[in-house]
Design a protein around this ligand. Structure first.
Ligand code: SAH
Length: 220
């Protein structure tokens, strides 16, 4: 990506993402304004570093993805993340994207479930959610949960989902995830081996249950 959407603070970051046409829809802009990325980075990145358009390490060999990458995935999912929708975020890491997705679907019974396999990150993400006023309210209202589990198995208890976002690359698309997608639902997942070139793949489940798969871009 040849441009960067750095911000001085959260509102400025969203403004820059909009100017650069990475955030296009009102619902993504509103949800990214509601949840402050500054609560989801490690202490040494707090302050303006939190709003730089780059991935940041969050420990346990994980990163919080760059804002432009979050914006891109959210735009792919925006039509499937209306109030009342049910969403699964696999590899929830910092909890940031999970909270933004929850802000998009909240109301009318909408719910977002995050699944993360590193216990330490689950505990840290839950403490991040408490610091962000919007995310804390979503947790209290029952619109947002994060669980420790192997995300390749999805989270069958709340299936089927209107949207599934996967933050962790997989060599192949886990069959449990496509099974847990609603007809009309959409899955966004980076596919490829670790250390090799990966593709961001969009899978739509048609009303008859068959799958439509396309590669939307290369990712690192
Ligand atoms: N969306 C997150 C991305 C974190 S990086 C964010 O922006 O903060 C990818 C995450 O996927 C890491 O936290 C990693 O621990 C997690 N992960 C990797 N494999 C997983 C698996 N099988 N099940 C659940 N989480 C997994």
């Amino acid at each position: 990506m040849s441009w960067r959407s750095h911000g001085r603070d959260n509102a400025d970051m969203v403004r820059t993402l909009r100017k650069n046409k990475l955030v296009k829809s009102a619902s993504v802009a509103r949800a990214m304004e509601d949840v402050d990325r500054g609560f989801f980075v490690v202490a040494s990145d707090q302050g303006t570093a939190a709003y730089r358009d780059q991935p940041q390490s969050i420990g346990s060999r994980a990163t919080i993805s760059a804002p432009h990458m979050h914006a891109y995935c959210l735009e792919l999912l925006t039509d499937h993340c209306k109030p009342g929708a049910r969403v699964l975020d696999v590899g929830s890491g910092s909890g940031y994207l999970t909270a933004v997705l929850a802000a998009m679907v909240a109301g009318e019974g909408g719910r977002d479930i995050g699944v993360e396999h590193i216990d330490k990150l689950v505990a840290w993400s839950l403490s991040n959610l408490k610091k962000d006023p919007k995310a804390a309210a979503l947790v209290r209202e029952g619109a947002l949960e994060i669980h420790a589990a192997d995300g390749r198995l999805g989270w069958p208890a709340e299936a089927p989902y209107d949207a599934i976002h996967v933050g962790a690359a997989a060599p192949e698309v886990p069959v449990d995830l496509t099974r847990q997608l609603k007809p009309g639902g959409r899955l966004v997942i980076p596919v490829g081996e670790e250390g090799q070139s990966q593709s961001l793949v969009v899978i739509d489940k048609r009303e008859d249950g068959t799958l439509d798969r396309r590669r939307v871009m290369g990712v690192v």
